[in-house]
Write a protein that binds this ligand. Structure first.
Ligand code: ADP
Length: 771
């Protein structure tokens, strides 16, 4: 119970008590109002706040007015006040949904309460009233005990009950007024906005009618004494109350209309918000293509408000071609029974990009008649883009898969061919009675096949190393003339075998200063290009030339007069495993050479281009940054540390755990240097020991991977104690990292297996001055 409500309830009770004398004696002819109208205050409280406040209001005066009648009815008035209290509580139940929740209709509740009040009044007069009268107090003097007759009793009951009913109706009407709701601090009911005006108007109207009636009666009837007063009173009662009931009916109708109207507004608002929230284009056109409605997305697309779009057609906004397509699709949709799905390409003028729309168009039917086309369009540009990417990725994956299977087949062929040569001719070599000419020929084939095999293995290792993305560029000082001359001399023999002229244009190189470049990579790239040139040139010549462009780029070109490359293949041949002539199978190869060359060139911040004409020849051009060396005179005699003037007799220590490798190396050395002394160390530890005990060792060939102590550790120890003894690392790994590790441990040079006499002799002569 809130304080304010209690206060209002007490006030209502007190008002009822103090105003009741003015209403008690109102009697209008047959309609007697013998209960005061001031009980309207506690009844309003009962209806508005419920039975607890009804009790408060009753106790604070609302039910006590019968005591004005003490003189007549004595103790009976105590029970009379009780009847009022019970009536207020019953009335409070009209609005109490908890107590009579099973009755939903307001008017059925009202009827029920009306019946209950009638029964209460009947019970009171029939059983209580008279007995209470009989125990009247001593000071009660002249009134006698009167038995109320049945007819009179019924009259009283009907009269009182109807009075209650009317007062309840008036109270509940008053409670619909926003002004009263505000005063009583009730939650304002929706849709009661105009009720104040309706009520005041009806009150004014009722009084006016009565007043006109009063003037008429006054003018027409002469017997003022009696008829005049009676009729006017009844008329007042009927007209004013009638108007209040009318106003109540208007209020209820108004509320109903308002709530229906609000529902429509809510639905409209809901649909509007819905179509504007949808991220798709939504529009409605009539059968002639004129816009009837559209959502925000369409507004954005056309850059106009709905107001400006409605009434216009697509022809007012987009090109005629596009509008024609829209119109055609709309017509199809109009004739179709089911929604039509289409893809439409549109140019979004506002965002300046092409959008792909997936639109669904359906005939819009009202009363079985097609009145327009309803369209929903979704921007599927992004989806399309991803579909394209996926499609491309799929075809690339398929292509790469195909290339890989082709590569496996190629690989099998490429390995088996030299292996056949090696195995087959080694068998022949093992036979006893073959001439020395044949033996030489067979050995040549075995050697050649071995080189081919090695080449394939090298390529495979290189490509997988490049795939790890961990290959680093090692910059050295290189004399380009020397590098290219050496390369040409390596391939000269091969070119001669095919009757090809291999030429080096030395025009630029003669005066060129050394450059800083990764010599190993440069060698590899150019070897691949020259090898291809020889391979794909049946006759003619191959020319290698170089020049500086824009003083920052060094270009080295390998030009041949070979079979050439068709334009479509000129770029893809640089991809791994791709060969232009793969179907012919004539040239062999794995399709890796150019990929290795280009990937290495890119690592060196350069690239390879190709110019070619089918049937006439090709020119592959390597472009790398040109970094000339600034000459430092002191550096020229750098290598002198190792120059040792000794006799033909010198000692070499070979640290090698594989006995075959040791024997092979020993064979090469003794064949070239008959007086050489060779010491063998099967591991790094023994190599260190031997060096400690033998001060005459002139050169060490150090295998890097050995048991007990590996070559790197052994070299570190050796270099610490004997820095002047040259150590040459030899390893089966041809990677740059391996080389780097060897150099870091102190090795002077590095050779990769398989070894051959050329490499070995080059090293010996580099580090030992023989006579
Ligand atoms: P491979 O030579 O093992 O096939 P490459 O990657 O070195 O692999 O070459 C890829 C393809 O490029 C070759 O199969 C060949 O079709 C083409 N190609 C390369 N160099 C030349 C050239 N100088 N003349 C004509 N075609 C060439």
């Amino acid at each position: 119970m809130t304080k304010y409500k209690i206060f209002i309830s007490i006030l209502a009770g007190a008002l009822c008590f103090f105003l009741s004398p003015f209403g008690i004696h109102m009697g209008f002819g047959i309609i007697q109002v013998s209960i005061p109208w001031s009980i309207i205050f506690p009844i309003i409280i009962s209806l508005a706040f419920g039975w607890k406040y009804a009790l408060v209001s009753a106790a604070s005066g609302g039910a006590l007015y019968p005591f004005y009648l003490w003189e007549y009815d004595g103790y009976a008035n105590i029970t009379n006040a009780l009847v009022y209290t019970i009536s207020y509580i019953l009335i409070s139940f009209i609005n109490d949904k908890k107590v009579i929740s099973f009755i939903h209709s307001y008017y059925v509740r009202l009827t029920l309460i009306f019946i209950l009040i009638s029964i209460t009044i009947f019970g009171y007069y029939e059983f209580v009233f008279e007995s209470m009268l009989s125990i009247n107090p001593p000071f009660w003097t002249d009134t006698t005990h009167v038995k109320i007759e049945a007819g009179v009793l019924n009259g009283i009951i009907i009269k009182d009950s109807i009075n209650y009913l009317v007062i309840i109706l008036v109270s509940s009407t008053l409670l619909k007024l926003p002004a009263l709701q505000k005063l009583m601090m009730l939650k304002p009911e929706e849709n009661t906005k105009n009720n104040n005006q309706i009520f005041l108007f009806s009150l004014f109207f009722g009084f006016s009618i009565w007043f006109i009636f009063y003037l008429l009666v006054k003018a027409l009837i002469n017997d003022e004494e009696y008829v005049h007063k009676q009729f006017l009173s009844v008329a007042f009662y009927v007209i004013v109350l009638g108007n209040l009931i009318m106003s109540r009916i208007i209020m209820v109708l108004n509320e109903k209309n308002n709530s229906q109207f609000n529902t429509i507004l809510e639905n409209e608002h809901f649909l509007r918000t819905l179509i504007n929230t949808i991220p798709d284009y939504v529009w409605l056109k009539d059968i002639h293509g004129v816009f009837l409605k559209c959502n925000k997305k369409v507004e954005q697309f056309y850059g106009a408000t709905e107001k400006n779009i409605v009434g216009k057609t697509d022809y007012d906004f987009v090109s005629k071609e596009l509008a024609d397509i829209f119109k055609q699709n709309d017509l199809e949709a109009l004739q179709s029974d089911v929604p039509l799905k289409k893809e439409e390409e549109i140019f979004n003028g506002k965002n300046q990009h092409l959008e792909v729309l997936e639109s669904i168009k359906a005939p819009f039917v009202i009363n079985d008649k097609v009145v327009g086309v309803l369209g929903i369009g979704r921007d599927i540009t992004e989806r399309k883009k991803y579909e394209d990417i996926l499609r491309k990725a799929k075809s690339e994956a398929e292509e790469s898969n195909r290339l890989k299977s082709e590569f496996i087949n190629n690989l099998s062929h490429e390995i088996r061919t030299p292996m056949n040569g090696i195995v087959g001719f080694t068998h022949f070599l093992a036979k006893e009675n073959i001439s020395s000419k044949k033996r030489k020929e067979y050995a040549g084939i075995v050697l050649n096949s071995s080189h081919q095999l090695l080449h394939i293995i090298d390529d495979l290792l290189e490509i997988s190393r490049l795939g790890t993305q961990q290959v680093k560029v090692q910059k050295n000082e290189v004399d380009l003339l020397v590098l290219l001359t050496e390369l040409v001399s390596v391939f000269q023999l091969e070119a001669q075998k095919k009757n090809l002229t291999l030429m080096l244009d030395t025009e630029f190189l003669k005066n060129a200063s050394p450059i800083i470049v990764d010599a190993t990579k440069l060698n590899k790239i150019l070897s691949n290009l020259i090898e291809n040139a020889i391979k794909y040139t049946p006759q003619g010549h191959i020319e290698i030339s170089s020049e500086i462009r824009e003083s920052s780029t060094l270009t080295i070109s390998v030009k041949d007069t070979g079979i050439g490359i068709k334009p479509a293949a000129r770029e893809i041949i640089f991809n791994r495993f791709v060969q232009e002539n793969k179907s012919s199978g004539y040239f062999g190869g794995l399709g890796l050479g150019l990929a290795i060359a280009r990937e290495n060139a890119i690592l060196m911040n350069g690239n390879i281009r190709v110019d070619s004409e089918k049937g006439k020849g090709s020119t592959f051009t390597l472009e790398i940054p040109y970094i000339p060396v600034v000459m430092d005179i002191k550096d020229t005699d750098k290598d002198k540390t190792y120059e040792r003037k000794i006799a033909d007799v010198f000692t070499i220590l070979i640290a090698e755990d594989e006995i075959v490798n040791f024997l092979y190396l020993k064979e090469i050395l003794t064949l070239s240097y008959p007086h050489i002394k060779i010491i063998h160390a099967p591991n790094g530890k023994e190599a260190v020991d031997i060096l400690q005990n033998n001060k005459n060792i002139d050169l060490v060939f150090m295998d890097l991977k050995m048991p007990v102590m590996d070559g790197l550790e052994a070299t570190t120890i050796i270099k610490k104690h004997y820095p002047n003894v040259p150590v040459i690392a030899q390893t089966a790994y041809s990677g740059q990292e391996e080389k780097e590790m060897a150099m870091n441990s102190g090795c002077d040079d590095f050779i990769t297996k398989p070894l051959n006499d050329e490499k070995i002799i080059h090293m010996v002569s580099k580090y030992i001055k023989t006579r």
